[in-house]
Design a protein around this ligand. Structure first.
Ligand SMILES: [Fe+2]
Length: 440
């Protein structure tokens, strides 16, 4: 299935072209008014091959962080930095001569989070990489030697406990390993989970009572790995299943539930509803059957797992092509109403869609005909603010100017709040995070 509706840009698109320099600028011009209560940093990670490096699959390019510092209504600085991992510096390589894998070799290109006072750049194949609040690389972070597997780029933080639920998928045995990291940053639990094979497991779902694994049929291919290309392909044989782990009994067997084959990069949210689990995510009907750049339209979808009957019901929540779904992080794992995503239709203009998943309503904000937007990150207005009371932040590229802005929208009514003109183009990227000063 070939498509032009890809969340990834094509190589002719200037939005996809890596930037070649690390720059910084101070006191950036602002149109509108940055809410003065915002004190922190918006960091966003993404692939950005260094000059001279081959432009391969974007999932495998060097990671670069773009960061903006906000305080007192001002945009104090912008800077961008490659994550200088040991492999970036030429000190090591992912595949050692003896065939083993060096998990300190990383492109660290997918996401960035703050946890227990550390800022971590993540890619699912390797250890996290710690960076400073000014985007300088500190080094690989293995949780004081307790982490011995790759670490997902999408750990889920429980807003009740402050702990991170995560996992790693190893190319070699033991395959899938579940990890739990306490609010103080201690890795307190690692548990192997049996799965039929090694798949590209990109995200996880968390509810108040459960962790849900998505074991989907995009399967590791050793022959492809040996060629240095993206080593995963669609499998018609592997099947698709959701695995449910009880948080109150994490050593118990994982219950597996078959679903229609599909692929999911990103979960919007999940929650318990009596003896069912509701899981909302962006679903691809299939992925990478022939090559690793096939991205059919992906749509918001709901799986309802009936823990009593042992069945799963599926329904599509919206027919429009979207990606990068996010909800209010204070609602992670619990019943929620609002979600945010960006449209990825054939026009590829920058459009944010806001969903009311409780009643099926939706709204959009259109940045304009020649624009593209990255993931829109929801930032609560205050810890005790109502759901949806806050802002959406993203980097927006304007092809007419070949320039990028940082834009803040009001999430509740999708009105424009502020635009910060950036000193250079910010290319297509993956995931960002608002890191409030209070988190560091
Ligand atoms: Fe992702």
């Amino acid at each position: 299935m070939i498509t032009t509706t890809s969340p990834l840009p094509d190589t002719e698109d200037p939005f996809a072209t890596p930037v070649t320099q690390e720059v910084e600028a101070m006191d950036l011009p602002v149109l509108g008014a940055i809410p003065p209560e915002l004190a922190g940093r918006f960091f966003r990670n993404g692939p950005n091959a260094r000059p001279g490096a081959p432009i391969g699959h974007p999932f495998m390019s060097d990671g670069m962080l773009h960061g903006l510092r906000l305080e007192g209504g001002r945009a104090q600085w912008y800077r961008n930095r490659w994550v200088r991992t040991r492999s970036f510096n030429g000190e090591t390589s992912y595949l050692r001569p003896d065939g083993s894998i060096d998990l300190t070799a990383a492109v660290a290109n997918t996401s960035v989070i703050a946890h227990a006072g550390r800022i971590l750049a993540l890619v699912e194949s390797s250890f996290p990489y710690e960076v400073t609040s000014e985007l300088e690389t500190v080094g690989p972070h293995d949780f004081c030697g307790r982490l011995s597997t790759p670490f997902t780029a999408h750990p889920k933080r429980c807003p009740r406990t402050g702990e991170l639920h995560a996992y790693g998928m190893s190319m070699n045995p033991p395959g899938l390993t579940y990890h739990r990291i306490a609010a103080d940053g201690t890795l307190v639990e690692s548990r192997r989970i049996d799965v039929p094979g090694v798949t590209m497991m990109h995200d996880i779902a968390l509810t108040d009572k459960h962790v849900v694994f998505l074991d989907l049929p995009v399967v590791f291919d050793l022959a492809l790995a040996r060629t240095g290309t993206m080593p995963f392909r669609w499998s018609d044989e592997y099947g698709a299943r959701l695995g449910v782990l009880r948080r109150d009994d994490p050593s118990a067997d994982v219950r597996w539930f078959s679903i229609e084959p599909c692929y999911v990069f990103h979960v919007l949210n999940a929650y318990d509803d009596g003896e069912t689990i509701v899981l909302d995510a962006v679903r691809y009907p299939e992925l990478w059957r022939r090559h690793g750049l096939e991205f059919p339209p992906s749509t918001l979808h709901r799986w309802t797992i009936d823990l009593t009957a042992g069945t799963v019901a599926e329904t599509t929540l919206d027919d429009r092509a979207v990606e990068f779904p996010l909800a209010d992080p204070r609602r992670t794992g619990s019943a929620y109403r609002y979600g945010y995503a960006i449209q990825t239709d054939e026009h590829c203009r920058g459009v944010v869609t806001k969903y009311d998943v409780a009643n099926g309503a939706s709204w959009t904000y259109d940045f304009g005909a020649q624009t593209r937007t990255g993931e829109a990150v929801f930032v609560p207005a205050a810890d005790d603010a109502m759901e949806d009371a806050g802002w959406l932040m993203s980097f927006v590229y304007d092809a007419a100017r070949q320039a990028s802005d940082f834009v803040i929208l009001n999430a509740s009514d999708l009105r424009h709040v502020a635009t910060v003109a950036l000193p250079q183009r910010v290319p297509y990227g993956f995931h960002g995070a608002w890191i409030a000063d209070a988190a560091l």
